[in-house]
Structure formats: structure tokens, C-alpha cells
Design a protein around this ligand. Structure first.
Ligand code: PLP
Length: 372
């Protein structure tokens, strides 16, 4: 039996064909062809108006927050359960990430905690749709409107997720996506800034071009210090192929989740990624959270998966517990979750037999605790 990796991109003939064409022909007059096509195709998929391809989601977040005016002394509110990439751009701008607790079922930031954390320094609310799960966008957008604070969506993990029929990443002031090799679609490394706000789009476009205003007749004339977070035309060629296949890529993620859910959510003390009635979950990463009463720990889970030659990924540590932040915050849910949760392998090409091996490990761990 071979090792089951937790993630691996789905790339094939189409990606290879476009990449080869970009290498051979995508220069000179055609140097932006795949980039433009990729931006339009991705924006169209989301139902957003404007898109700017970037070298990473981190870069898209950095430029988008800069364009919103986030700066020294400001605060940006986000869930304490998150990967550092969501918080790092806040610190690049000299602002402070404010970590609030998450909801026990969606693992995404709790709107009531967001409301309680708002003060005159609050410059933005960062809604991260964790593992494909949707933040409560109704509540967050209402809070944003009430206080005049933009809601940003980090939708890196939410390709294919929808809130009331609208794509995650298209609801807030702007959305940021990642096409890192572990994500639902990939360009190797890469990201996208997405918005339907024309003025914000134009600010980020200028920022993304080292501060040069598009269409400025004076050559090599920056108006201010900008950024360089561009995607290459070569990566965009792979992205164009992935956009053509996006419904297939999302459908496969959802099918993998359903297969796990049928076998695992019927077991005692086991919860997985939720999908509220008015939402669709893209299920980037199927995740199992065990009830405290099961006595199951992260360490036992990792050992069991390792023994079965299967990659399992730990649930995100609370950001406030990391050494560079190390602030005291009262977020009991964010601290309780990672100790009894695990991310399951979910790459597109995995077989039913692979999934059965993963399911057997979860069942064994429960059996070992006398719960089955
Ligand atoms: C992957 C990820 C990022 C970072 O994406 P990069 O393209 O590697 O910068 C940011 N936020 C979330 C939620 C992610 O999952």
C-alpha cells in the first residue's frame, strides 16, 4: 500500500498544453494574453467585476488592505483560528491583528465577538472562510454597514463555496484567493484580488504596478511606492486551464467530502464541516472534530494516521498562541478545537479505496476509546 498524501493538485493535458504555448509564444505582443484571460475567466466564475492576478493570496491581501487605507495604529479583526498568511499582511502595514473567538460549528469568526471588539481604531473585518466553511456573511456585512467598516473576505480556502447563491470572495469590499499547490485550483503559486468596486480596483491596480497609474503617458513614472506581487503569464496559462475545469474540480472536492461524511458523521461524537441550508460548501479540506467526551486527542490521531501511512494535518493553532503575537485573548473555542480535530486527505485523484483507508483509521481510533 502506498502513502496517502493529504493534498496534490489535479493537473493534466490541458494545463500542459497551455503552459507549453505560453512558454513558446507568450512573449512580446502576447505577454499578457493568458493573464488577461485568466483574470476575466476567474472573475466571471465568481460573478465579480474586477480581478487582478497576483503571486500569492498574501500579496492580494496586502495590496487590498493597503488600498483600503489600513496602516499604523489601525486594528483589523479576524478569527483566532487561522493560518498566519491571513494575519501577516496586517502586520506588514503596521496595523494590529485583533483575534476574536470562532463559532463551535463553523470554526469561523463569531459575529458577536466581532461586534464586541470594534473600537475607533478598527479599520476592517477579515472574514476567512475556513476549510471551505462560510463565515456568517449576513451578520458580518450588517455589522460592517452599521459601523462603516469594510468586510474583507479571505476566500483562499473557499473556491466553490457560496453564500445565498453568491460566490465566497464576491460579497465583501474585496476577496483574496490562493492558487498554491494545496488549494482547490492551482497555478503552482499564485493568487487573485477580486472586487466589484471600481475605485478600489483602480487603486490596487496602481499599487500592483509599483505605483504607476494605468494609462499614464509619462513612461516609468510612479506616483507613490507600490508593490510587486504579479503573477506571470506562464502561471496564468495553467490557471486558464484550471478555470475551464473549475466546476469539475469543485464537484470532485464535494464528492470526496460526501463520501467521508456518509461514513463518519454517523459515528458518535464526530462533527465535520457544516453546510447551512442557505450555503454551499466547497469543502476544500474535510475536517473531523471529535467531541470532548470521546477523549480523542490530536496526538493519538496523528500517531494512528502515521502508522497507517496516511498524511493528516493538524487543525490551525490559535494565532494568539504563536510567538510573534503571543497576546492574551479570551477565545476558548479557538483553543479547544485543535486538540481534538484533524484535516483529512482530499486530493482530487484519490480513490474510494484510499478514502476507505482513512475512514478505517478514524473508526479504529474511536474503537480504541470504546466508543464503537
Ligand atoms: C493558503 C492560504 C493563504 C495564503 O495563500 P498564499 O497564496 O500562499 O499566499 C491565505 N489565507 C488562507 C485562508 C489560506 O488558506
Amino acid at each position: 500500500m502506498s502513502r496517502i498524501h493529504y493534498t496534490k493538485p489535479s493537473v493534466g493535458e490541458l494545463e500542459a498544453q497551455y503552459a507549453l504555448d505560453a512558454v513558446q509564444n507568450g512573449w512580446g505582443a502576447r505577454c499578457y494574453e493568458y493573464l488577461t484571460r485568466f483574470e476575466h475567466g476567474f472573475a466571471e466564475h465568481l460573478g465579480a467585476t474586477y480581478a487582478i492576478a497576483t503571486s500569492s493570496c498574501t500579496g492580494a491581501l496586502h495590496m487590498g488592505m493597503a488600498a483600503l487605507g489600513v496602516g499604523a495604529g489601525d486594528e483589523v479583526i479576524l478569527g483566532n483560528t487561522n493560518w498566519i498568511a491571513s494575519a501577516a499582511p496586517i502586520t506588514y502595514l503596521g496595523a494590529t491583528p485583533v483575534f476574536v473567538d470562532v463559532l463551535a460549528d463553523s470554526w469561523c469568526l463569531d459575529p458577536q465577538q466581532v461586534r464586541a471588539a470594534i473600537n475607533p481604531r478598527t479599520k476592517a473585518i477579515l472574514a476567512v472562510h475556513l476549510y471551505g466553511n462560510l463565515c456568517d456573511m449576513d451578520a458580518l456585512l450588517a455589522i460592517g454597514k452599521e459601523f462603516g467598516i469594510p468586510v474583507i473576505e479571505d476566500a483562499a480556502e473557499a473556491i466553490g463555496s457560496q453564500w445565498r447563491g453568491r460566490a465566497a470572495g464576491s460579497l465583501g469590499a474585496f476577496g483574496a484567493f490562493s492558487f498554491h499547490g494545496t488549494k482547490t485550483m492551482t497555478t503552482g503559486e499564485g493568487g487573485m484580488f477580486v472586487t466589484s468596486d471600481k475605485a478600489l480596483y483602480e487603486r490596487v491596480l496602481t499599487l500592483s504596478n509599483h505605483g504607476r497609474v494605468a494609462g499614464c503617458s509619462k513612461q516609468f513614472w510612479p506616483d507613490f511606492v507600490g508593490f510587486k506581487y504579479k503573477m506571470s503569464n506562464l502561471q496564468a496559462a495553467v490557471g486558464c486551464a484550471q478555470v475551464e475545469r473549475i466546476e469539475e474540480l469543485i464537484a470532485r472536492k464535494r464528492a470526496i467530502f460526501d463520501y467521508y461524511a456518509r461514513a463518519l458523521t454517523v459515528l458518535p461524537g464526530v462533527a465535520m464541516n457544516p453546510q447551512p441550508a442557505h450555503a454551499r460548501n466547497g469543502y476544500w479540506m474535510p475536517t473531523v472534530v471529535f467531541e470532548e467526551s470521546t477523549g480523542i486527542t490530536r496526538e493519538a490521531l496523528i500517531a494512528a494516521f502515521q502508522a497507517a501511512d496516511i498524511d493528516a494535518r493538524v487543525f490551525f493553532w490559535p494565532l494568539s498562541s504563536l510567538p510573534m503575537f503571543d497576546v492574551a485573548v479570551d477565545t476558548p473555542v479557538a483553543f479547544a478545537l485543535p486538540g481534538r480535530a484533524i484535516n483529512l486527505p482530499s486530493y482530487h485523484d484519490m480513490t474510494d479505496a484510499d478514502q476507505d483507508r482513512v475512514i478505517a483509521v478514524v473508526r479504529d481510533v474511536l474503537k480504541h476509546k470504546g466508543k464503537l
